[in-house]
Design a protein around this ligand. Structure first.
Ligand code: FAD
Length: 323
């Protein structure tokens, strides 16, 4: 898979943009907000909720950060106007985290404030290890200011994650709200697991620890061993779609599941998502949109050539990943 992925990555610059666009079309809602809203409305019958991501990340000047603040503000307006069951996912570096921490925090707070006044949750996506601690610190400082509608993502592949779960859940108690995923960035072996089996085991341990610590746990994986493990752990703890018997939780919140949810990327393993939804589990689709779809797709594939393999497999063997 690695060799094949690397081969595709080397061929990418030769692929015409329209070919890449065709491939990306499955994973990106569109280049503007209108197409994103209509896609979510079309998906109404799939009994799912959404988190919206405006494409783009690490910026080079703070004017670019303003674009993201304004665009996310429009996203919130549209969620409210159309009464869509959606929250938002933002990348802290797109708000300026690597340029000027104080300005980034001000930008994030502006969006958080608006979201909070409409009871909409804001998830800080987790980027590479340069910003792991800084991203966690943003969540802690916002919660200290009284914003309860914020949480971040932790990556199962990182050695530090179990300690992060313990520390954050001790500080925030039942307001700890995580998305747990394997982590898309291929991190160095001195700070992360690098083999598939180790990453799955570590991610599953993190899911257990989050659930046991009373955290809201958004399980973001399309991988059967992770989903099977989660379903079994939820059953063992007596947590069901309508009942969370844990005493160390906050209880149900607007737009959320009973202590947990399953999250999927748009265009990936929709059949599995629909199956989980039909069993009553709350599911959420991560919906990226924006003009930066080309850069986004190419960068993701370069960061992790396995994605090139997933995408190629999807095209050649569509039955392995039903939309
Ligand atoms: P895999 O074993 O990689 O995938 C299982 C199967 O799912 C594959 O065989 C393939 O059929 C399918 N598949 C998986 N990914 C793709 C894809 N991109 N295209 C096509 N098919 C695919 N990572 C971060 O580092 N930070 C984040 O903030 C973050 N947010 C995420 C939010 C959501 C909702 C999801 C679902 C993932 C997120 N990720 C994030 C990515 C995540 O860390 C993994 O890199 C990604 O989900 C692949 O891991 P997997 O558990 O799905 O397992």
């Amino acid at each position: 898979m690695g060799v094949f992925g690397n081969f595709i990555v080397r061929l990418l610059p030769l692929a015409p943009k329209f070919v890449v666009k065709r491939v990306a079309g499955r994973y990106v809602a569109g280049s503007d907000l209108n197409s994103t809203i209509s896609l979510m409305r079309k998906m109404d019958k799939e009994n799912t909720s959404f988190t919206i991501d405006v494409l783009g990340e690490e910026i080079t000047n703070l004017d670019e950060a303003r674009y993201f603040v304004d665009e996310y503000s429009r996203v919130l307006d549209e969620i409210i106007l159309h009464n869509i069951n959606a929250n938002i996912s933002i990348k802290p570096t797109a708000f300026g985290l690597l340029l000027d921490r104080d300005i980034a925090i001000k930008n994030i707070e502006e969006i958080l404030q608006k979201a909070s006044s409409h009871d909409i949750f804001v998830r800080l996506d987790m980027e590479d290890h340069r910003v792991t601690q800084a991203t966690i610190d943003v969540v802690l400082s916002m919660q200290e200011k009284g914003f309860e509608n914020i949480g971040t993502v932790l990556q199962g592949r990182l050695f530090r994650t179990e300690d992060d779960i313990r520390e954050i859940s001790q500080l925030l108690g039942p307001l700890s709200d995580f998305r747990i995923c394997k982590g898309i960035y291929l991190e160095p072996s001195d700070i992360s697991y690098t083999s598939y089996q180790d990453i799955v085991k570590a991610t599953n341990r993190c899911i257990d620890l989050m659930l046991e610590s009373g955290c809201y746990t958004a399980i973001a994986s399309h991988d059967y061993p992770v989903i099977k493990h989660s379903v079994k752990k939820l059953e063992d703890m007596g947590i069901s779609p309508n009942n969370d018997p844990r005493e160390n939780t906050i209880g149900s919140r607007k737009g959320k599941g009973s202590g947990y949810e399953f999250q999927f990327l748009l265009g990936v393993r929709g059949d599995l998502r629909r199956k989980l939804a039909s069993q009553g589990h709350l599911t959420r689709v991560y919906v990226p949109y924006g003009t930066k779809w080309y850069e986004y797709g190419i960068r993701r594939i370069r960061e992790n050539p396995d994605i090139a393999w997933h995408v190629t497999k999807t095209l050649l063997m569509p039955w392995t990943n039903r939309k």
